[in-house]
Design a protein around this ligand. Structure first.
Ligand code: DGP
Length: 112
């Protein structure tokens, strides 16, 4: 499959890994929007939020457990934001489900 994040997970494209287990991979975003900007992705290819269903949703729950662990490990005591962009209006550019973990500065709300 010609998917950028599948290639990163497979090690075919280098990344700065911050966490990995059997079902989840997390790495630093190449174009950080905050001092901490980590992408947390399922290893199994799911295109976007619309691809989450009863068969694969357990990995999403696990991703949020991982995010909680990463927040502690990265020292994000002051808070953080988790975002999953979906589709053109959501500004999704990579079509492999991913959760942005952003922190380290005050994050405006609502976002632009
Ligand atoms: P989104 O726009 O929500 O689909 O986010 C995709 C993110 O992926 C974007 O913040 C930049 C990041 N990204 C794109 N290509 C690469 C890459 O080759 N390596 C890494 N580490 N991040 C990438």
């Amino acid at each position: 499959m010609n998917c950028l994040f599948c290639k990163i997970i497979a090690g075919q494209i280098p990344s700065t890994k911050v966490y990995e287990d059997e079902t989840v991979y997390a790495f630093r975003d190449i174009n950080p929007q905050a001092p901490t900007h980590i992408l947390v992705v399922p290893k199994a290819h799911i295109a976007d939020c619309n691809g989450i269903n009863a068969e694969n949703s357990a990995v999403v729950a696990h991703i949020f457990e991982v995010i909680s662990q990463l927040a502690e490990h990265e020292g994000l005591e002051n808070g953080y934001r988790v975002i999953s962009n979906c589709g053109p209006d959501g500004c999704q550019s990579v079509h492999h489900l991913h959760f942005h973990l952003l922190a380290g500065r005050y994050l405006q709300w609502p976002p632009g």
